[in-house]
Write a protein that binds this ligand. Structure first.
Ligand code: CMP
Length: 143
């Protein structure tokens, strides 16, 4: 299995509930390393660019309002099979469908306020990482 990087957001609902540490613990407990991280409050323009793929969906306006409603943590996670591993740790998009022990089952309240985002494939991971981070903000581990 290959070492991969994936993009992750701790969304405004989870940041607002003071769950940053508990969510990071789940990543670290599953051998994902945080190799880049920052707190930002996304502008409407930044959010619309990030979620552009959903622009024709009925939930788009709501999604933009939510993701810009408070600060988020954007981060890059690295590890074996990181993209799929992160998706397993997060659980299903709708917390009602998420397995016990996943982030969304434990911490999300609805499909709209679902605590975390994670890339779904290598191509999207690369695009999403580059949308928020310059190369010099990603810190390869040296020990
Ligand atoms: P995320 O992985 O960040 O990608 C798009 C977000 O849209 C998704 O998580 C959900 O929080 C939100 N969303 C709201 N309604 C839906 C829906 N019906 N299907 C998929 N995503 C939805």
């Amino acid at each position: 299995m290959a070492v991969e990087k994936t993009f992750s957001i701790i969304k405004p609902d989870a940041v607002g509930k003071n769950l940053i540490g508990k969510i990071l613990q789940k990543f670290e407990d599953n051998d994902l390393q945080i190799v880049a991280s920052k707190m930002i409050h996304m502008s409407k323009e930044k959010a619309e660019g990030f979620y552009g793929i959903h622009k024709d969906k009925p939930f788009f306006a709501n999604l933009i309002e939510f993701i810009t409603s408070g600060p988020v943590i954007v981060q890059v996670l690295q590890g074996e099979n990181a993209i799929m591993k992160n998706r397993e740790i997060m659980g299903a998009t709708n917390p009602d469908d998420a397995k016990e022990g996943t982030i969304r089952k434990s911490f999300a309240s609805s499909i709209d306020e679902n605590a975390v985002h994670g890339s779904d494939a290598p191509e999207t991971a690369a695009v999403e990482i580059a949308y928020f981070f310059n190369n010099d903000e990603i810190c390869e581990r040296t020990r």
